[in-house]
Design a protein around this ligand. Structure first.
Ligand code: NAP
Length: 304
């Protein structure tokens, strides 16, 4: 192995937002590393070739992975198993097999079941946008973002080091985590917020006494920030909720209890409870900005 990330040749299966961004990031930050790619959609393959997301777009998944010393699955969580099975005979025995899936316990199982005996080291870059497909990717997506790697207990230390260096080379900060813990953390930081956004946008559009045009016209009151999240890819998010069901349901239970407490505070006129709660949440926003995880400018730096 050679190069800053340790790999000579990286195969990307699924050339959408995440896969395309990895390909472009390798071109930008690891120019000596070759990339191959495959996507089930012929239209996405054609567009990926036009945009140069990888050095070589293959029409056959096995061709894409055959020479790679690292194969990264960038398909929706529910498609990880089948996409890995499709290349099971072609993946090199010494290759690192990884992914970018938003849920780790279910995806780790799907990859290990499809590729028994291989070096499966799951990962989740906590970076993304509401866009998807081969036009969505960009090289700087992972700059300054966390990539959570969830190695199995018997991981090969050299392979783990290579994967870690790879993510660092394309701009990410790496954290190692137990897969089940990852799923609980992401249930509250990502999956539940998406569920809430999907719900509130649906609720607003179903209201009879408020027109759609009013909802859109006055969206700057807070609603539009939910609409960005609620515009996220339906396939991926269906799979996330089905794959991380237990952790999401547990966090949803906690959320419902806390929401009921605030509902009661409003009903009984308990301003102190509301004020204390909102003061605590404001501090969390400040911590996120201090850690460089969001824009410090008011209203996300939007031009007014
Ligand atoms: P995306 O833009 O929709 O890209 C996924 C690509 O994989 C699509 O082109 C899709 O084609 C293709 N595909 C589906 N099934 C396939 C298969 N069996 N074999 C080969 N290609 C297949 O989605 P994404 O946002 O990059 O998400 C990919 C993964 O990244 C997901 O596991 C997600 O959990 C994870 N992730 C996403 C984000 C985010 O913000 N979006 C952030 C971190 C991690 P079709 O569209 O034709 O099905």
């Amino acid at each position: 192995m050679s190069g800053a990330g340790g790999f000579r040749s990286i195969a990307i299966v699924g050339l959408g937002l995440l896969g395309g961004s990895i390909g472009l990031a390798v071109r930008e930050y690891l120019p000596g590393v070759r990339t191959t790619g495959f996507d089930l959609s012929p239209a996405h393959r054609a567009r990926a070739a036009e945009r140069g997301l990888v050095d070589r777009v293959c029409d056959d998944a096995a061709d894409a992975v055959r020479e790679a010393d690292c194969v990264i699955f960038c398909v929706p969580p529910g498609a990880m198993g089948e996409s890995a099975l499709a290349v099971a005979d072609a993946v090199r025995a010494d290759a690192v097999v990884s992914d970018v899936g938003s849920c780790k316990v279910s995806v780790a199982k799907a990859l290990s079941d499809a590729l028994p005996g291989r070096h499966v080291i799951p990962a989740h870059p906590v970076a993304g946008t509401e866009n998807s497909g081969p036009d969505a990717g960009f090289a700087s997506l992972f700059q300054g973002r966390w990539c959570i790697v969830t190695p199995p207990a018997d991981v090969d230390a050299a392979k783990l080091a290579a994967l870690t260096s790879f993510w660092e080379a394309i701009g990410a900060k790496v954290e190692l985590m137990d897969a089940a813990h990852h799923d609980r953390v992401l249930a509250v930081t990502s999956h539940l917020p998406h569920l809430i956004a999907y719900t509130i946008v649906g609720t607003a559009s179903d209201l009879e006494e408020v027109t759609q045009s009013e909802v859109i016209k006055y969206s700057a009151g807070g609603f539009r920030d939910f609409t960005r999240i609620a515009a996220s890819d339906p396939t991926m998010w269906r799979d996330v909720f089905l794959s991380n069901r237990e952790a999401v349901l547990e966090m949803l239970q906690r959320f419902s209890e806390d929401l009921t407490a605030l509902q009661k505070a409003i009903r009984v006129g308990d301003g102190a409870t509301l004020f204390d709660h909102f003061t605590r949440t404001r501090a969390i926003r400040r911590s996120i900005i201090e850690m460089g995880q969001d824009d410090a400018r008011p209203d996300f730096g939007r031009k007014h």
